[in-house]
Design a protein around this ligand. Sequence first.
Ligand code: SAH
Length: 414
Amino acid sequence: MTEPTPVRATKPRQVRPATEGWTQQKDAEGRPLLQFASPKRGKPPVHLADLTPEARVEKVKELGLPGFRAKQLEKHYFQHFTHDPAQMTDLPAEGREQFVHGMLPPLLTEVRRLETDRGDTIKFLWKLHDGALVESVLMRYPGRITLCVSSQAGCGMNCPFCATGQAGLTRNMSAAEIIEQIVRANRLIADGGLGDPRRVGHEGERVTNIVFMGMGEPLANYARVMQAVRVMTDKKHGMGMSARGITVSTVGLVPAIRKLADESIPVTFALSLHAPDDRLRDELIPVNSRWKVDEALDAAREYFEKTGRRVSIEYALIKDMNDHAWRADLLATKLNERGRGWVHVNPIPLNPTPGSIWTSSDVDVQNEFVRRLNDAGIPTTLRDTRGKEIDGACGQLVATEEDAAVAASVPAEV
Ligand code: SAH
């Protein structure tokens, strides 16, 4: 009998999160700074989309018109994607401009638009009233059109692998600034501006899916994001979109996840986990110092229980950092401990960001990670990320100095 030859497993490499080319802001205790409160800046003008249907009627009356005019404005803006008084011939000509301006003040000035070769992915750079810059990314897929929206200018969550976090939080966006991104995208689609000219121009085409995966942490701007979601889904007074087509993605603000589960608006919920163990996640996602992996997963599970909606776990695969086979197994164990059929995993190969020292995992490592989760009974699909060539993919949205220079030369819309 011969002894089995011991297989000496080569120890998998383990690199730890660090930054290169930029310095992560730290708090008084030397931990990565977390910014939950929005810095005080001039508020954007109040807009129809910031208000409840009742408050819109009140505001219309304040401006000296009968309340039913609110309904007409809702139709122009949410259904026909216009805030141009010249097109609103059903409103009295006298004082129309002033009235429309009062209800639908301009919020976003387009600074730049980048497209991929085929024209089916478009990244917009917008300037807000106070000069803050945000981006949104519009993507045409077979059978759906998705808009990735920003919910904050900048982000306070300070994740070292994401470009948006590097400059910190400028401010929260208003509900109407979030909605206006969709209205502007819908206008472009209606004008035939998205995709192969042979395929575009389908009557009535518009954005079908929204992902809160642009700049910002949506749950850190909870009230405004929820007002925006209500406007998106309101059939009578808003855009009439399906809640299932709206994905709210978070780093894991546990109390806000619980609140979201109680809203009875069944949006799709995504948790940006990126590591199944606290040791790594503490460094990779600084908010893990507040709410640990297990707490975030418990809250995600509760979301499923309350809404019946299967949740998504986002997992950027970073070479030698979080892509180890044992981490795939640990993730599967933690998810299966909380039940079956409630969750799926979306690994995303890391997108490069400026100054980043990390790269995405090798393809065979990616495939092995996916295989192990699927074998453990967790539906897992590698997500295709669009827009890398225009820096429009996940984690790549950031306003550069060059953007700021261009923005400064663009006059604000009036
Ligand atoms: N703050 C929210 C939403 C914005 S980010 C959140 O973190 O969920 C949208 C998704 O892109 C998140 O899952 C985020 O972790 C991921 N992401 C960030 N940087 C990335 C990068 N460089 N490559 C791939 N995905 C990234």
